[in-house]
Design a protein around this ligand. Structure first.
Ligand SMILES: Nc1ncnc2c1ncn2[C@@H]1O[C@H](COP(=O)(O)OP(=O)(O)OP(=O)(O)O)[C@@H](O)[C@H]1O
Length: 595
């Protein structure tokens, strides 16, 4: 869509889509319009009373002067000013409230929508830009409405009223004023094409800055430990300078825009005064205005031209708000990855079997992280998945927990196509224990209780008892009330794992996917972790991404991934006896441990 009309239409489309998400915005629209016209009408009565006073009192010769004219004009003017003031105040209050309620609603929807996006949409790279959509993008819309967007309503009402009265005074002069104003407005709109483009660049630069800062904050410790903070700084500095430059580039077209408005206003006023003077001297036959009417007309020009200029420049700034609004709407338009209960199929009760037939996966079009995998895992079987880094183990784990869906092939969970399993079923029957458990900044008890909706303190204690972890919990500084700190950083890595295991036990899943931690924990904690794991995996289908051969040794079967392919699968002993890739890996481990 090109040209000013196309752009206004695009802005209208964005606004309409925004309104669809914020239906409350139109509540009582009639009252808003009434207040807008009452305000505009009140203001426009003032020049009319001035004209009345000038023509019927001040400029009349003494004989024709009516003593009531002035007091009547002053009284009407006072009432009109009061009506205008009160209406404007009520209107502004109403508009600000409506706009802010609508924006809060939009922010809420955007935030809620984040929860139903596909897990892949929430990777670290995108987290920063999601934050910017829910925060700064909505803020730009809010700033726009606060800075004048809402006065568009008032301005429009005032322009319509002023133009109507001007047409009554002198339609040819009024048409001249309207024509020049419209030409100036069109010129201003043209400069706004540049403004819009540059505000688009600003939004992109700000989103990149958010991404960069979010990335940096995640990696601040790592950068510090490697002594490369200057490199991280340079990257963020570069993004900050980029944002500054993008913002400065909006200033020139904005100034041109304002100057155009000033020039047009001066031109119109001068032209009308010249015509008025010429008419007074008898040079312009078609113009018949009294002195009072000419003065009133000049007032009306201001009432028409100023709001027009203001509206056009506000429309220019609206580009930033429209860009922000579009980005929020784009987020809301992202498809939901949730399979609701009324559409999907729940997992049947009992142990969970997995069946993969020709399952492939690629993170991007044309690439493949996993080549066709055929594998069957029986209910209650414990499978250890091994392989070098980047061989596809995590991708496999994400597929069987439906964090990813196969690009090709069929993956059945308990006989149901993974794409059709309901989210409720997935969260109740399948649990994943990642290498690094995420803990919220709450107590240990609360973090564990997250495993099951409505879990009580008693349930938490029972689960810790089952896993043999009650003694450990009692030994914490404040027992179960110990605070985990931001992202669980007030606990050690081993303690975070124990909390994660207890949380998982509370879910009581039928399929357990464990990503074995690679960072070492002290021997005492390791014994606790292993004991809790043995208890946790009992009677459940378990898939462990094993980083320790001892885990593979004790599993029912082992699957070995190599460069995205499942190259070997079977019981540990059989694979060792076969003398293939797994046997070599195991042999190397045994040799290293016997040193
Ligand atoms: N989000 C992603 N986007 C693009 N490619 C990815 C993504 N995640 C993983 N990959 C690629 O897919 C391949 C398999 O990665 P995967 O994480 O499954 O390996 P892995 O065996 O689990 O490795 P590790 O043991 O190091 O965790 C790798 O080549 C990796 O670079």
């Amino acid at each position: 869509m090109t040209g000013p009309v196309g752009r206004i239409r695009a802005a209208g489309t964005a606004a309409r889509a925004g309104f669809a998400h914020t239906p409350r915005v139109f509540a009582g629209a009639w009252l808003t319009a009434l207040l807008a016209f009452a305000g505009a009408g009140g203001r426009i009565v003032v020049p009319l009373t001035v004209q009345y006073a000038l023509d019927h009192a001040l400029l009349e010769n003494d004989g024709a002067r009516d003593g009531h004219v002035l007091p009547v004009a002053v009284a009407i003017g006072a009432v009109a000013v009061t009506v205008a003031g009160v209406s404007s105040w009520l209107l502004n209050r109403r508009l600000v409230r409506t706009a802010e309620t609508a924006l809060a609603q939009l922010r809420e929807r955007a935030f809620t929508h984040v929860f139903i996006l596909a897990p892949g949409a929430l990777d670290d790279r995108r987290r920063g830009s999601l934050v910017s959509r829910v925060t700064s993008d909505v803020d730009t819309v809010s700033q726009f409405t606060q800075a004048g967007g809402i006065t568009l309503v008032t301005n429009l009402a005032q322009m319509v009223t002023a133009a109507s009265v001007m047409l009554v005074y002198s339609w040819p002069l009024a048409l001249l004023v309207i024509a020049v104003s419209v030409l100036a407005a069109v010129a201003m709109r043209l400069t706004q094409r540049v403004i819009a483009q540059r505000f688009g660049d600003v939004r992109t630069a700000i989103a990149a800055l958010y991404d960069g800062i979010s990335d940096m904050l995640h990696g601040v410790e790592v950068a510090r430990s490697y002594g490369v903070t200057d490199r991280v700084h340079t990257r963020v500095d570069h993004l900050i300078t980029g944002t500054e430059r993008a913002l400065l580039r909006t200033q020139r077209p904005l100034s041109v825009n304002m100057s155009l408005g000033e020039a047009a206003s001066g031109l119109i006023t001068t032209t009308v005064v010249l015509f008025g003077a010429a008419a007074g001297a008898g040079y312009v036959g078609w113009l018949d205005l009294t002195a009072g009417q000419l003065v009133a007309f000049l007032f009306l020009i201001t009432f028409f031209v100023r709001p027009l200029q203001f509206s056009v420049s506000i429309l220019g700034e609206s580009q930033s708000a429209v860009a922000g609004l579009r980005r929020v709407l784009a987020l809301l338009a992202e498809p939901s990855a949730v399979v609701p209960d009324d559409v999907g199929v729940p997992l049947p009760a009992g142990g969970i079997a997995l069946r993969l037939r020709g399952v492939e996966f690629g993170y991007t079009e044309g690439t493949r992280a996993l080549y066709p995998v055929d594998l069957t895992i029986a209910p209650h079987e414990h499978v250890a998945i091994v392989g070098e880094t980047g061989s596809g183990k995590s991708t496999f784990a994400k597929l069987i927990t439906r964090q990813l869906v196969p690009t090709r092939g069929v993956l059945e969970i308990a006989g149901v196509d993974s794409r059709r399993v309901t989210d409720t079923s997935l969260s109740r029957r399948i649990a994943i224990v990642p290498q690094e458990a995420f803990l919220f900044d709450r107590s240990v008890a609360e973090n564990i209780a997250l495993g099951r909706r409505g879990a009580t303190r008693h349930d938490v204690e029972d689960v810790l008892d089952d896993l043999g972890l009650q003694g450990w919990a009692d030994g914490l500084l404040d027992g179960l009330d110990t605070l985990a700190g931001s992202r669980g950083e007030a606990l050690s890595a081993g303690e975070r794992q124990l909390v994660a295991l207890a949380r998982t036990a509370l879910i009581d899943p039928d399929l357990l996917v464990l990503d074995e931690a690679t960072n070492g924990v002290d021997p005492a904690t390791d014994v606790r972790v292993q004991r809790a794991l043995a208890q946790l995996t009992k009677g459940r289908t378990t898939v462990t991404i094993a980083h320790r051969m001892i885990t593979a040794e004790s599993a029912d079967t082992v699957g070995l991934f190599h460069e995205g392919r499942l190259v070997e699968h079977g019981p540990h002993d059989a694979l060792v006896a076969r003398g293939g890739r797994y046997a070599a890996l195991y042999g190397a481990w045994v040799a290293m441990n016997s040193l």
